[in-house]
Design a protein around this ligand. Sequence first.
Ligand SMILES: *Cc1c(COP(=O)(O)O)cnc(C)c1O
Ligand SMILES: [Zn+2]
Length: 420
Amino acid sequence: MSKVLGMRCRECGEEYPMAPVHVCELCFGPLEVVLNWELLDGKLTREKIEKGPSSMWRYWDLLPVDGPPTVGKNVGWTPLVKAENLGRVFGLKNLYIKNDAVNHPTLSFKDRVVAVALTKAREFGYETVACASTGNLANSVAAHAAEGGFRAYIFIPSDLEQGKVLGTLIYGANVLSVSGCYDEVNRLCAEAGGKYGWGFVNINLRPFYGDGSKTFGYEIAEQLGWNAPDHVVSPCAGGSLISKIYKGLNELNRLGFLENSGKEGISTKMYAAQAKGCSPITTAIKNDYEIFRPQKPNTIAKSIAIGNPADGHVAIETVRKSGGWAEDVTDEEVLEGMKLLARTEGIFTETAGGVTIAATKKLVEQGRFGENDTVVLAITGNGLKTQEAVIGKLGSTVAIQPNLKSLEEALHTEKLLATV
Ligand SMILES: *Cc1c(COP(=O)(O)O)cnc(C)c1O
Ligand SMILES: [Zn+2]
């Protein structure tokens, strides 16, 4: 008996066999993987997971693949950092950073989704994989396609940061730079998917891709000593990550693994963070819209600039159900957020991480967190990939000659001594 029973429509409940399909034929709702809980309840244990590899694959039993991972074996199990300094700034005694800025191999949480999607792509027999991407998915699909020997076609909007473009080309993938925003790139890919029969990581393989993000939630709980946090702040693009963190925490609770939860369910509140220049999810939550209104993106936080999010409804529902909230921030606040995290915790995150930090600052000011609550911030990508956002905005280096006199002069004239 397989550990995965098949797929089910999230909206109408129609069931489907395992296949590379992502929308319901009846109602166009998103399909979700259905785990075989009979095989898991009472059989999977915390000890088994703890003895597993130091990667996201320690949760193999809860992931929608039949065999062992064939690509991305070392992805995940990133640090959960106790953020004492940033915690003091925010007045929070139990603040944590889940740091996927150092995820192996391409320095973003997207490695989690791609490891599952390409392992599944191989099981389905695909030799060619593809994706529409705001940057990090492009990097990760290209890297894992190289590792797994897949042919790769990567579609990106033409205005992406250099780091994201180079970080895709280096792996030898075919990169198609589309003149249009992400939503236009994605529409093109939906059309191409039907024509070429490729494994599109974020389209026909989306149900498997999405479940890779559950491991972000599993790891947070295990790293907190098998406790669900009180609050999680997550950046949102397509709305998958935030929904899957919550799903992951709920699954661990269903298995009876959480020390601080039980039959009454988990009490974790989920908070969505977006840039004001692309905020369909946070705007819907803050204004109590029933459905989000698509938006044309305009923000430096390009990795999360999706104006028509595929899992937007799920993300909104997740936040509402959990009792959380949402905030959006300006591009200046994104930059301040990046600097604040770097200068307090020594973590250089990309613009999406700046969104998370800046949104958290607003949530703190609104009094949403208790001083002793456990608050986890999802830092999902690395700052070296979005250098354009900070170039020319960090002051400059102090140029000196290689002698003490020159150093002395500089220390005085540049008023550096005060900080020595
Ligand atoms: C893709 C991405 C997100 C958001 O992911 P969704 O699951 O689409 O909401 C957040 N942060 C970074 C850095 C990303 O690349
Ligand atoms: Zn349906």
